[in-house]
Design a protein around this ligand. Structure first.
Ligand SMILES: Cc1cc2nc3c(=O)[nH]c(=O)nc-3n(C[C@H](O)[C@H](O)[C@H](O)COP(=O)(O)O)c2cc1C
Length: 199
């Protein structure tokens, strides 16, 4: 499917069938997500993938009882990683391994620490969360391009997800993407016209 067709065909699925997305397709989706762009390439995200029914049952009541949580094949929990200096240090090493000059990688590290590493926690969460939405967007379009459906979701309690999934303090649940094969049908898209969007 051409990208334009993918964007038109994907929709926020409200209920999935019990058909599982294969491991191969999930691996392809993970690769699409992994390659997402981010500001200064810091990639301040982790994605927890939940596929066992027991955990999904625990998560549904803290997700506004939405059906997608228990009917999906896989639930992707997008986490903002606010241990930014750690991420920046790892990236510096990766840059050198990938052929960057050590001096440029060091300068990248200094600049990124200045720009993001010194933010207070609230601003770190805000900045890192914005980046995770770029990966989320790739996930929903990526799923459709691979032949299955998805729903981006913010209707859940980040605090309860943190507790149930036993996450470390630096990982902040930001948004979800449930994936699987839809049983509902796409509704017509309601979008502002071009003149109300582009100024
Ligand atoms: C960040 C984000 C959070 C959303 N949260 C939910 C949600 O919790 N539950 C839900 O059913 N749909 C959710 N949606 C889906 C939107 O309602 C949907 O994308 C919008 O109405 C446009 O419809 P379409 O995606 O089917 O074209 C969310 C979408 C986004 C992008």
């Amino acid at each position: 499917m051409e990208f334009k067709e993918v964007v038109k065909a994907r929709y926020a699925t409200k209920e999935f069938s019990n058909r599982k997305v294969s491991e191969n397709l999930m691996n392809e989706l993970k690769e699409i997500i992994r390659l997402s762009a981010s500001s200064s390439n810091v990639q301040p995200w982790r994605i927890k993938i939940v596929s066992d029914s027991k955990t999904k049952e625990l998560l549904r009541p803290v997700s506004m009882d939405q059906k997608q949580i228990t009917t999906c094949s896989h639930l992707l929990v997008f986490l903002a990683d606010i241990a930014l200096n750690k991420r920046i240090d790892s990236l510096e090493k990766l840059m050198v391994k990938s052929g960057s000059l050590p001096a440029s990688a060091k300068s990248f590290n200094d600049n990124s620490r200045n720009a993001f590493g010194n933010l207070n926690t609230t601003r770190k969460i805000s900045w890192a969360s914005k980046q995770t939405y770029i990966a989320l967007s790739n996930a929903i379009n990526g799923a459709k391009s691979l032949g299955f459906d998805s729903c981006p979701m913010e209707g859940f309690s980040p605090k309860d997800y943190h507790r149930i999934l036993k996450l470390p303090n630096n990982l902040i649940p930001t948004a979800l993407v449930t994936v699987g094969y839809a049983v509902d049908k796409q509704r017509s898209k309601i979008r502002f016209s071009g003149k109300d969007v582009f100024i």
